[in-house]
Design a protein around this ligand. Structure first.
Ligand code: HEM
Ligand SMILES: [Ca+2]
Length: 550
């Protein structure tokens, strides 16, 4: 028996918004004054397309068009996502592009999974395997890496139904959808308070300007000097490159707070904190739309969806009818394209930008050592690596550090991230690849030979994979979105194919136009003044993030 409960949370009472409040709330409520819950933390994820579950309301999409079982996610990963040749590097981008993507993703979405008794993990290749909340992945007997038959995976928690109206299963988002640096400040008041000094607007840091200690999620200590880091998002210790970015933005908050305090001696702690927070959120939005996204989507999509910032001053674009909430398909599939950019190692560079420490990525998962070591100079060295070394290319291939050795434990049990992504899509009831093509007004394939955005080789691989038995017709409708879209040929000057470009463009448009606190908005109460906006946007075409190779 597990202690989860489908109706565990009672929907919150109607929210009374203070329309005069100048700043974002920590949990994102009251951003949209007509729909105060939109984009707020701990609400159900919204959807672009309705869920497609096998039984119509909650069981994973495991069955294809003609009633046959879909292929194992690990088999798909082996055939479509295994990189056999030497790693391809991106000629223009640094590892920072990948790392910023992960950091930004954690600002947008965190999907909780079902837990067992006393908050333990379910044993989905053990005692819990046949339970309703387990979705283990079958490993084939001829697997190129694993010599076992089962990869454990738990379903995402079902969201409580608002007013208990029946309907299909939905998933939760624990963090604010808005790009509001919730990674720095947290998505609930308790966490936010625990990160503040309540003096001069400053955030708590450990000695040598490091992240504070006290993180409660999984974390292994390698030396006596190590400690589990704490930040606005609990995933901070997952991998050192991520911890380094958290630290960068905490330091930026404190740097800004000190300067604001110096020029505004009358401001109290709260004002300095909120004003610094407002600037850090604006910087995050600015980098996202002017340096990070253009590399992913390419100029045509950036312009078509109005995603670039203005180059001079205000931009009145707020649309109160637009729900900014992060859509299920973005968290469960499209924004996971970045897993293909994850390198096989983590590194620390010295001030001459030469490597002084390089570790295989599987030796760094959940270990904050590299970040915290050398009294914080490890984090500086990680940042030098991130802004110097070439990123792994974004394509259908995944490095073995994430495809075979994800979260490898002492018994060498590990996971396959692209396979998990495919299985997660089924868990969330994401409709198949063709349904998304249709939604995007892209040509839909009725036969495998009609696949428009795949080369001949990947078309062949897809048709082999989704052929179930010799008696049943193959059908491209069954292709999982993650697999089908990752295998597309990328559009020129971008990192993704047309299907993910469409889904991501729609999402980032909603996150911009549906945010009342978007930094370019000319709103006297909540926004910046003309001078401030000019200062934030003037450097639009200068790189401040380090995502490009110089
Ligand atoms: C640096 C190494 C990274 C590791 C080890 C990692 C690992 C993971 C893991 C284990 C999950 C949860 C999978 C599941 O159970 O469904 C996940 C989710 C996710 N990852 Fe990554 N990831 C990394 C980088 C990235 C990057 C670069 C991006 C995007 C640019 C990204 C985007 C996402 C998204 C959108 C989710 C879903 C989050 C949620 O809904 O909770 N990740 N990642
Ligand atoms: Ca957020």
């Amino acid at each position: 028996m597990n202690d989860y409960n489908r109706e565990c949370k009672i929907p919150s009472p109607a929210i009374d918004c203070d329309t005069d409040y100048k700043y974002r709330t920590i949990d994102g409520t009251c951003n949209n004054l007509k729909h105060p819950q939109w984009g707020s933390a701990s609400t159900a994820q919204a959807r672009f397309l309705e869920a497609h579950y096998d039984n119509g309301y909650d069981s994973p999409r495991n069955t294809g068009t003609h009633g046959a079982k879909l292929p194992s996610a690990r088999v798909i990963s082996n055939i479509l996502h295994r990189s056999t040749e030497k790693t391809d590097f991106d000629p223009h981008l640094t590892v920072m592009h990948m790392s910023y993507g992960q950091y930004l993703d954690h600002d947008l979405i965190a999907t909780p999974i079902v837990m067992g008794i006393n908050n333990s993990d379910l044993q989905c290749c053990g005692v819990d395997e046949i339970g309703p909340e387990c979705i283990p992945i079958d490993i084939p007997t001829d697997d190129p890496y694993y010599n076992r038959s089962c990869m454990s995976l738990t379903r995402s928690s079902p969201a409580p139904r608002v007013d208990r109206v029946p309907g299909a299963r939905e998933q939760l988002n624990e963090v604010t959808s808005y790009i509001d640096a919730s990674t720095v400040y947290g998505s609930d008041d308790e966490i936010a308070a625990s990160l503040r000094t309540f003096k001069k607007g400053l955030l708590i840091t450990e000695s040598h300007e490091r992240l504070p200690s006290g993180g409660k999620s999984k974390c292994f200590l390698e030396t006596e000097a190590d400690y589990c880091q704490k930040a606005g998002d609990k995933r901070v210790n997952v991998v050192p490159n991520l911890g380094a970015l958290h630290l960068l933005f905490v330091r930026e908050h404190n740097r800004i707070a000190e300067r604001l305090a110096a020029i505004n001696p009358s401001w109290n702690d709260e004002t300095i904190y909120q004003e610094s927070r407002k600037i850090v959120s604006a910087i995050t939005q600015h980098i996202t739309y002017n340096e990070y996204l253009p590399e992913i989507l390419g100029q045509r999509h950036m312009e078509m969806y109005g995603l670039y910032s203005n180059t001079s001053g205000f931009h009145r674009i707020y649309d109160e009818k637009l729900d900014a909430s992060v859509r299920n398909v973005v968290g469960a599939a499209a924004f996971r394209f970045g897993h293909s950019q994850v390198p096989n190692h983590q590194a620390v560079f010295d001030k001459y930008r030469r490597p002084t420490m390089v570790k295989p990525i599987e030796q760094t998962y959940h270990r904050p050592h590299m970040c915290a070591m050398w009294n914080g100079r490890g984090a500086d060295g990680l940042m030098r690596w991130l802004t110097t070394a070439h990123s792994t290319a974004s394509d259908r291939f995944f490095e073995s550090g994430v495809r075979d050795k994800l979260f490898q434990d002492k018994d060498k049990i590990s996971m396959d991230l692209p396979a998990v992504n495919i299985q997660r899509g089924r868990d969330h009831g994401l409709p198949g690849y063709n349904k998304w093509r249709e939604w995007c007004n892209l040509p839909v394939a009725k036969t495998f030979s009609q696949l428009r955005d795949h080369d001949r080789h990947t078309t062949k691989l897809l048709s082999q994979l989704y052929r179930f038995t010799y008696l049943i017709d193959r059908h491209p409708d069954d292709i999982d979105l993650f697999a089908g879209a990752m295998a597309e040929t990328t559009i020129p000057d971008s990192l993704v194919g047309p299907t993910f470009a469409c889904i991501l463009s729609m999402q980032f448009q909603a996150l911009k136009r549906g945010d009342r606190f978007w930094y370019e908005n000319p709103f006297r109460k909540t926004g910046f003044n003309q001078d401030e906006v000019v200062r934030l946007t003037a450097k639009t075409y200068d790189s401040i993030s380090g995502v490009r190779i110089l």
